[in-house]
Write a protein that binds this ligand. Structure first.
Ligand code: FAD
Length: 312
């Protein structure tokens, strides 16, 4: 079971962070905490030596002996895959510059403030997003689309990129792979026309167009009305914001997108820079807000030099 590890030298912060993490995540993760930086690093080194996975490390920004950012740097050298979250004292304006620099330099992934109004509002969204990204990178997924292409084929890789940009978990096999051959056999498909796409519901498509694939996955590719009040071309942040605004004014709006909802944010899903948009609005939140509130608002989308830490 992967571990969520929290370190805070302030006893009340350590206790409350440990409590809320256990309350929400303990069935799926082991939650461990420490009030001492040396102890924390020793235990993280033990986990590494035992081959135990650490998904998330949470640390107070200010701790005697070793501040949170250098602690997270040391923790990262022990568990490079673990997401790193800082706890900032609300009102500690002097933290802003270090925090900004650490986010920019990819020394931390995100942060939340304490005290928090409620964990649901301020802590769980940050931890949840960090774990979503961690799980995407480290855990097995249920692939909703499986593409089989020839070893030298480019179409399958392009198709996979497009599906992943649109949040469809996709596997790509070559016809030389045992998995690819098994899929073709199971669906009685020959290799005359490649790539072949097998969807989660058994639908098999031979070299489909983007539109055919989108439709097979339930996306809307044609207008459903004769007339719209507003047509917005491009479902990037600007287009989605315009659609939400139009919908909130009672206008019937259609958003036309030819690649991926989310715009540059959606099309750079693999970019580490974009997984740290928590300073403003997260990619996912921006895209989620567009998808949910927009739908209820009558519009359619077509388609961070601190004290150092010992190293181990
Ligand atoms: C690597 C990288 C890192 C970034 N990091 C940050 C960051 O940390 N913080 C931050 O705030 N911003 C960041 N940005 C910038 C941010 O992503 C952009 O400012 C923002 O996406 C611009 O939004 P937009 O809606 O104006 O345009 P876009 O996001 O470009 O969206 C335009 C949309 O229109 C679609 N489109 C274009 N032509 C057509 C057509 N003819 N028909 C249909 N659809 C069409 C495109 O497919 C696209 O989806 C980053 C950008 C990049 C590339």
């Amino acid at each position: 079971m992967p571990t969520l590890f929290a370190v805070a030298t302030d006893e009340s912060i350590r206790a409350s962070v440990g409590l809320v993490l256990r309350r929400r995540y303990e069935p799926d993760y082991r939650v461990a905490d420490s009030g001492d930086v040396d102890d924390a690093l020793r235990r993280l080194a033990e986990y590494r030596d035992a081959g135990e996975e650490v998904a998330l490390v949470v640390a107070s920004f200010r701790m005697p002996g070793c501040d949170g950012i250098p602690f997270l740097v040391a923790a990262h050298s022990l568990h490079p895959g673990a997401k790193r979250v800082l706890i900032i004292d609300v009102g500690d304006v002097s933290a802003a510059e270090d925090l900004s620099q650490a986010l920019t330099l990819n020394l931390v992934d995100s942060y939340f403030g304490q005290p928090w109004a409620s964990p649901e509002e301020e802590l769980y969204p940050v931890v949840g997003e960090a774990l979503r990204v961690w799980a995407r990178e480290h855990q097995l997924r249920y692939d909703k689309a499986m593409i089989i292409d020839s070893k030298s084929g480019l179409g399958g890789a392009r198709m996979r990129g497009w599906l992943e940009r649109n949040s469809v978990a996709t596997a790509l096999w070559s016809t030389d792979d045992a998995e690819g051959r098994a899929l073709l056999e199971a669906h009685a498909v020959d290799t005359d026309i490649l790539p072949v796409v097998v969807l989660y519901n058994g639908t098999v498509l031979a070299d489909p167009t983007d539109a055919e694939l989108a439709e097979a996955l339930g996306a809307s590719t044609h207008p459903t009305r004769d007339r719209y009040d507003v047509a917005i071309v491009g479902a990037g942040p600007a287009g989605l914001a315009a659609a939400v605004y139009a919908g909130s004014e009672g206008l019937c709006a259609v958003v036309v997108e030819h690649d991926a909802v989310g715009g540059q944010a959606g099309t750079k899903l693999q970019d580490p820079q974009l997984s740290r948009l928590s300073v403003g609005v997260t990619r996912r939140r921006a895209r989620g807000a567009g998808k949910s509130s927009g739908q209820s608002a009558r519009r359619r989308v077509r388609h961070r030099p601190q004290r150092g830490c010992p190293t181990r």
